[in-house]
Design a protein around this ligand. Structure first.
Ligand SMILES: [Zn+2]
Ligand SMILES: [Zn+2]
Length: 113
């Protein structure tokens, strides 16, 4: 005579083959730890006191780079990266050059008129 389904399952609780504990009673023992920083660039959790907002130097550099604007130099048309939105020149040389040319133009018009 075969046992009924109810008999088989009420006799003993089913044990988890790995933990040897009754299944359904295992609870995650690890609680949420506070204060673990997440990388501002890739969102990865990390544990380093060195750089507080980024998991790695690469992410830090990439984030800094993403903050920069790509501008074209008014004088030499060269593309350059800058943190200043209104910057017009790739270098001080270009700025000085245009500044000098403007001064020159001003002087020319003055002597003309
Ligand atoms: Zn990262
Ligand atoms: Zn330039």
């Amino acid at each position: 005579m075969t046992q009924s389904y109810a008999d088989r399952h009420s006799a003993a609780r089913v044990l988890d083959p790995v933990t040897m504990r009754p299944t359904g009673e295992t609870r995650p023992t690890r609680g949420r730890k506070r204060g673990k920083p997440k990388c501002k660039k890739c969102g990865k959790e990390f544990s380093s006191a060195m750089i507080s907002k980024f998991c790695s130097r690469e992410c830090y550099d990439a984030y800094q780079d993403s903050l920069l604007f790509t501008k074209t130099c008014t004088d030499c048309d060269k593309e350059f990266r800058t943190a200043t939105k209104h910057k017009k020149f790739c270098s001080r040389e270009c700025k000085n050059k245009v500044h000098r040319e403007r001064q020159q133009a001003k002087r020319d018009t003055r002597t003309e008129g």
